[in-house]
Design a protein around this ligand. Structure first.
Ligand SMILES: N[C@@H](CCC(=O)N[C@@H](CS)C(=O)NCC(=O)O)C(=O)O
Length: 227
């Protein structure tokens, strides 16, 4: 089945699409990117993710797999011949899923909603403070899972792929949400992770140019913000 065509409905700036690209790159899969315009969604997107109508969607032959959180494990299982994204033992798998979920909800979803909150709104500062605490909690997770430098060990796995787009988006979150990240003294493992992920060959493909990313997000927020 891994010989069927592989296409990804994507948006270059999306951290969720970046996860799907990182997974495909890490597994050495050949794929084609179909760039979506979210202001005029294609019929293909509407049909392949009829529930949420969001990117990314992985098209593998006739199958459509929506959502980065499901695409990454799917890629892991569909191409088992390359380094696995999950540990084999049940506890390691459960904890990898746990931290992946934490990263998605407590880092990305919170950072995005904080970024979209208007300056002066008390929820903005509350979001910034909560994120700071969540980074410290994540540092604890790195320690518990004995990350070196990745949660998955020497090769990237599920939780790493969930977190990796932070390396691309951090300047955007700092600029537009004013988020604060604990220093390297307070969160050495997080900083080590971010350096290692920036050096990972898959990120060279998955991450857009930082200036272009910031310009895109500013424009997108202007277009979508309420008058
Ligand atoms: N939980 C989803 C989130 C995907 C998501 O929010 N995609 C955004 C782009 S970054 C989207 O397609 N938005 C279009 C819309 O909301 O209509 C995932 O991890 O893939």
């Amino acid at each position: 089945m891994a010989t069927e065509s592989v296409k990804l409905l994507s948006v270059r700036a999306s951290p969720y699409a970046m996860r799907a690209i990182l997974a495909l790159e890490a597994k050495g899969v050949k794929y084609e990117i179909i760039e979506e315009d979210l202001s005029a969604k294609s019929q293909l997107l509407l049909e392949s993710n009829p529930v949420y109508k969001k990117i990314p969607v992985l098209l593998h032959g006739e199958k459509a797999i929506p959502d980065s959180l499901f695409i990454v494990p799917y890629v892991d299982e569909a191409w088992p011949e390359h380094a696995a994204f999950f540990p084999k033992d049940p506890y390691g798998r459960a904890m990898t899923n746990f931290w992946g979920d934490f990263i998605d909800k407590k880092i990305f979803q919170l950072a995005v909603s904080t970024m979209k909150t208007k300056k002066g709104d008390p929820n903005k500062e509350a979001g910034v403070s909560e994120l700071y605490e969540n980074f410290l909690t994540l540092e604890n997770g790195f320690t518990k899972l004995d990350a070196k430098p990745f949660f998955n060990g020497a090769t990237i796995g599920y939780a790493d792929i969930c977190l990796a787009p932070l390396a691309a988006w951090l300047p955007v979150f700092v600029e537009l949400a004013g988020i604060r990240v604990p220093t390297a003294e307070k969160a050495p493992k997080l900083h080590k992770f971010l350096s290692a992920i920036r050096e990972h060959p898959a990120t060279k493909v998955a991450f857009p140019d930082p200036d272009k990313l910031l310009a895109y997000v500013i424009l997108h927020l202007k277009k979508t913000s309420q008058p």
